[in-house]
Write a protein that binds this ligand. Structure first.
Ligand code: PEP
Ligand code: MN
Length: 337
């Protein structure tokens, strides 16, 4: 439930309402707009005698929230959230580009890629150190060594960093080295991992599960935020459909749908969505045009010999061209890189 206060309600009136709610053992979350303050209530609302709350000074109305996710709900927090990642802010004013290899392979590889994605304008370096591979015999990642290379490359080129985590051990290591952690599509409903990501204190990029509905995805985000970590960014990376021409089917409609349901930022990953490098630029442009807050793009120095996801990785030239071609779309979206 949310309690909507009348415009310009004074602090003492707001405090009176939050005290009344909290005295019943329920949690409150304040969202202050320019004129109107909204008090979100989490817990068993049967404990509240709503008539009494309604009668308190400056209370405008009580609105029930029917969705099971509360803290991520736009009704709870109408203003868009900005998530800080190192020195960069992901939100409505910026167009965030996370770029880098699927997997960190060697120190030299990562340094070369970091130099090039930085020169092209990316703000966040991505690179997998713990790879959730379909086959147990495929390259599984350099683990902590890979995280160390990410930190070094980030420092050298002034890039913020993101790495996927697949276990509690990976989270414990990641907090020492990177600015943001990623929960991949395969782990979107690993509820224990979501809780641990919430407790990590780092901002979290939550990818959409391979066959997840938007409702399931938002509930997964609620798991993270319910641990006291409000810094969650969503990432649409394609869903599995009957179509086989692309690796997944990019659901761009998720961008406006997510926008209508939550205050959290959303970015788009056209690399994992399509699995084909030549399909990445048009969908990257479309994602910016339809309002995404950013992009995640796989870039490799030598895609033909990449240890994972070579076919969908852009070369430096192709990535540089894409960043140039994106400029008018970014300008139209009234954001800055
Ligand atoms: C990745 O970003 O490296 C990755 C494995 O992505 P996804 O979880 O979307 O498949
Ligand atoms: Mn990949």
């Amino acid at each position: 439930m949310i309690i909507v206060m009348k415009p310009h309600a004074p602090e003492d009136a707001i405090l009176r309402v939050t005290n009344a709610v909290e005295s019943k053992g329920l949690e409150t979350h304040l969202s202050r707009g320019k004129e109107v303050t909204i008090i979100g209530v989490v817990g068993d609302k049967n404990r509240l005698c709503s008539d009494n709350i309604q009668l308190l000074p400056f209370v405008d109305k009580l609105v029930p929230i029917t969705e099971s996710y509360k803290l991520v709900n736009k009704k709870f927090h109408p203003e868009p959230t900005t998530v800080k990642v190192g020195s960069h802010e992901i939100g409505p004013n910026t167009l965030t580009v996370m770029a880098g290899p699927c997997a960190v392979e060697t120190e030299e590889q990562l340094i070369t890629i970091a130099r090039n994605v930085k020169a092209a304008g990316a703000q966040i370096l991505r690179g997998g150190a713990y790879k959730p591979r379909t086959s147990p015999y495929s390259f599984q990642g350099l683990e902590e060594e890979g995280l160390r290379y990410m930190q070094e490359a980030g420092k050298e080129f002034g890039l913020n960093t993101i790495c996927e985590v697949i276990s509690q051990d990976a989270i414990n290591a990641a907090v020492k080295y990177v600015d943001m952690i990623q929960i991949g599509a395969r782990n979107m409903q690993n509820f224990q991992l979501l809780r641990e990501a919430g407790k990590s204190g780092l901002p979290v990029l939550l990818k959409r599960g391979i066959a997840a509905t938007i409702d399931e995805w938002l509930n997964a985000a609620e798991y993270i935020i319910s641990e006291g970590n409000p810094n969650v960014v969503l990432c649409e990376r394609g869903i599995r459909t009957y179509e086989t021409a692309t690796r997944n089917t990019l659901d761009l409609s998720a961008v406006p749908v997510i926008r209508s349901k939550t205050h959290l930022p959303i970015i788009v990953d056209p690399s994992h969505a399509t699995g084909v490098y030549s399909y990445v630029p048009p969908l990257a442009k479309a994602a910016v045009a339809c309002g995404a807050d950013g992009l995640m793009i796989e870039v490799h120095n030598d895609p033909e010999h990449a240890l994972s996801d070579g076919p969908q990785s852009l070369t430096f030239d192709r990535f540089g061209r894409l960043m140039e071609d994106l400029k008018p779309y970014i300008q139209l979206s009234e954001r800055t890189l």
